[in-house]
Design a protein around this ligand. Structure first.
Ligand code: TXA
Ligand code: MG
Length: 338
């Protein structure tokens, strides 16, 4: 049985007790929902891998309640302090060298001498970690390879019966996972794009930031930098195809039975496609990012759907993170008119 909790003081106390007893709980963040377990308890962390079907060579994010908790584990780092004062709590995960590799179990770090640290914006989750007085691991609360969950309903769809509880805080606001920046190397390097962009980071650090990930390098099959990037991700079981505004005329002529479309409102209007066959991504890149995983999950569950066309957006701002996830979901497949 998976308990559904809210963010009341009482429910957060219940959640903290479950975690202290070595249990596993899905928790909200502003990006996506995560699965938490006491990050210092190897047996509890093992349950997270089991619940997700996650391979063990993919290390986990360590979610902390505040900066003080971070410095119990990571070596002090000036660049990290600058980024933290600007972006924490928030959607930026920092890869930092550990004070000692004894501090975290092997299954959290996959044996690396670094770890990924995050301090989410969602206050209830920071309160929960504060109550536990220990960090919690925080991979996204989906089965491995599936799109990350942005609602408690998504979490239950994948995880009901596999975890002890979920804390329901309504839909997340960002919609894709945090930006990951590696500060354990000479030049700060983006390992996963998110709402905090390489330019945002470069501005705060006043230095050049390497951003080799991008949607294009992934599509071109470049060697992955974050250990987890080699795995198939965000992938519904249906075919996903990317189209752009330039394709709309051709796409309209080519739509077949079983085809559905997720797109910005003005594109849906031009396609004149029925409501039941479409999902609105709103009007902006931010709303599209917020809705992307919901759209993929919704259509994935519908038997009659064969192919999901999703609108591609320019690689500006959050558009880079949006296209990074979309390219992976689509396996690099773009619309070509026949
Ligand atoms: O927004 C998020 O970051 C969400 C929410 C729930 O916090 N969490 C999340 O976790 O996306 P996960 O486990 O799905 O992604 C963590 C990524 C993986 O790709 C992993 O390979 C990478 O971080 N990672 C973890 N530790 C690392 C390390 N020491 N060096 C490089 N990459 C690391
Ligand atoms: Mg994930």
């Amino acid at each position: 049985m998976t308990l559904v909790l809210k963010t009341t003081d009482e429910d957060l106390q219940t959640a903290a007790h479950i975690l202290a007893d070595g249990g596993v709980i899905a928790f909200p963040t502003e990006t996506v929902y995560g699965i938490g377990a006491d990050a210092t308890n190897s047996a509890a962390v093992e349950k997270v891998f089991l619940a997700k079907n996650r391979p063990h060579d993919n290390p986990l994010i360590v979610t902390v309640s505040d900066e003080n908790m971070l410095w119990r584990f990571a070596k002090k780092n000036q660049r990290a302090e600058k980024l933290i004062s600007k972006f924490w709590p928030g959607s930026l995960t920092l890869i930092l060298p550990l004070i000692s590799d004894e501090l975290l179990p092997h299954n959290v770090t996959a044996g690396l001498k670094t770890a990924a640290f995050r301090n989410p914006e969602t206050a209830a989750t920071r309160t929960l970690i504060g109550l536990l007085k220990k960090p919690i691991v925080g991979p996204s609360a989906n089965l491995s390879t599936k799109p990350s969950p942005t609602t408690a309903e998504h979490v239950l769809h994948d995880m009901a019966g596999r975890i002890d509880a979920v804390i329901d805080n309504g839909p997340t606001t960002v919609g894709v996972e945090s930006t990951i920046v590696d500060l354990s190397v000479k030049q700060a390097t983006i390992l996963r794009p998110g709402i905090v962009t390489a330019d945002d980071i470069a501005e705060v650090l006043a230095e050049k930031v390497i951003d080799p990930v991008g949607p294009i390098s992934v599509a071109a099959g470049m060697a992955p930098k974050a250990p987890g990037m080699k795995y198939r991700h965000y992938a519904p079981s249906k075919e996903v195809v990317i189209f752009t505004k330039l394709d709309i005329g051709d796409l309209k002529k080519n739509l077949q039975k079983g085809d559905v479309v997720a797109a910005l409102d003005d594109s849906l209007a031009r396609l004149e496609i029925g409501r039941q066959d479409s999902w609105s991504l709103g009007e902006t890149a931010a709303s599209a990012t917020e809705e992307l995983f919901s759209a993929l999950r919704f259509f994935d569950d519908q038997k009659e759907v064969k192919r999901i066309y999703v609108e591609g957006l320019p690689l500006q701002g959050i558009g880079e993170a949006y296209m990074n996830r979309l390219e992976k979901s689509a396996g690099g497949q773009h619309f070509e008119s026949k």
